[in-house]
Structure formats: structure tokens, C-alpha cells
Design a protein. Sequence first.
Length: 293
Amino acid sequence: MLEFREIDYSKDIPEIVDLLRTSLSETNDKEHFLWKHYKNPFGKSYGLLAFDEEKIVGVRMFMFWDFYGEGEIVKAIRPVDTITDPDYRGKGIFKKLTLQGLEECQGKFDIIFNTPNKNSKPGYLKMGWKEYPTPLIFKVALVLPVVSKKIKLTSLPVSKLSLTNLYLNQTGFHTHVTKEFIYWRYNDPVYKAAVVEIRDKEIIIIYRTKTIKAIRTLVIMEVLGNKDHRSLALRRLCFYLNIYTVYYLGNKFTSLKFRLSGNRDKPVVVYRDDEKGAIDEIHFSAGDLEGRL
């Protein structure tokens, strides 16, 4: 008979990582797991495990996340990193872990959201989840770079960002960006930062570069600060990097507009238990939806 208990971070991680690597990604290792679930500034993830005697045969992690807007915090939980041992599939372990885990976390969140793939999305909808109401589309744009002595750009490591006045002109709810969050989320050296000053307004861009169809592309993770000049700030960064193609998340909150752009991918976001009715005003960034989360 299967038994279920909460994760013990002091002893369960090696076996959990081994199980995750069987069906998810080879990039799963102890260091990444601890970064994601134990060091998260929004709080240590709740984990529920299924056991057959002493063997872990199922894992379901529940990652905490905060959204901020107009002085209010909306606390969220993200069910992630789910795996069932191949020999134990079809026994309802996934459903049991999900329902019991959410029950154990009651009172700790205002909304649940997740980013399932196209294969698992129908299962969530059958369990009563709903699709995020605002269309989300990853776009690729051809950008005409801008050079101007009046636009000051400073390139620096993410860990050196001062992160002041981030919420100017912001509306609705977005990930609660603090120094601790930025330094945690973008601690990998693959991410870079640029601070662009336009007409005494500051825009912070966190990005990485990627080759898409043999073209070096600027991948925008976050654009923070004054929203009126964000597209111009990105064009200035393109000049600095000598890059002409930008990959970004497009939605009604993005405030990014380019003359030549096309749709590339459509991320999937589902939610349930929206206690504060906040879902229509939650703004996601590309960084919020990136696969490493």
C-alpha cells in the first residue's frame, strides 16, 4: 500500500533528483533543485512524496510565488516538477499528490497557476482548471537599432542592479520584483542586465542571447521601470549588442511595439482557486514562464 508524506530536504533530494531525471530533464540535479525549491525568496516549496515501502515512486512540488500591485500582495502557488515512477503509472498517484498537496497548502495562497505542456493541459482542464484569459504569444521582431548620445546605456551583471523605482507606471499585478528575487532568479551567468536612461527615466532590461534559425537573437526576460520608452530602450540595447532580432512575450501589458514582428510560440497558463479575482490583472513576463521554472 502506498504512503504519502511531506518532503524532508535533509535526506530525500538525491532520490527525488534521480526520479526526476528518468522522465523530465537531464539538467535536473541537486544544485538546481535546491536553488529552485529551497532558496526561493518567496518561500521554501512544499513537496509531497509517494512511497512504496522505502522507495519514492511519486513526487509533486508546490512552488510559492508572489504577485504585487498597488501595495497589495497576491500569494500564488505553482505545482511543478511532477513525476511518477514508470512502474507505478496508471494508479492515480498524480491526482492523489496534486489534491492532497493543495489541501496541505490551504491558507498559504490566493491563487494557483501552472504552465503545463500541450499534452498535460487537457488533464488540468478536466480537473477544473481554467486557461489564463489574456492571450500570450512569444514574438520575434526585426528591430532597427538606435544610437543616441542622449540615451545612456550601462551594461552590468544582474547581481549589481540597484533596482529602484521599479513600479513606475505599472498597473495590475506582476511578480513581486525585489533585489532578493532578481539575484535569485537570474543568478545564472547566461543572464545579463542593461540600465537605459531616457529623458531622466530608467528602464532595466534583463536578457540573454540565443541563436534562432542561425540568427543571433536578443531574448527579453524582464523589462522593468518606466514603460513609455521600453521599445526605444530595447532598440538602444540592440545597437550596443549589434543584434537586430528580438524574442519577447507579447500581451496587452507588455508595452513593446515593433514595426516588423511575427508570432512564434504560444505559452500555456492555467489557473484555479482565484480567491481575490486577480487573474485578469496578472501580468506575466517571459522570465515568469521560462522552462527552468
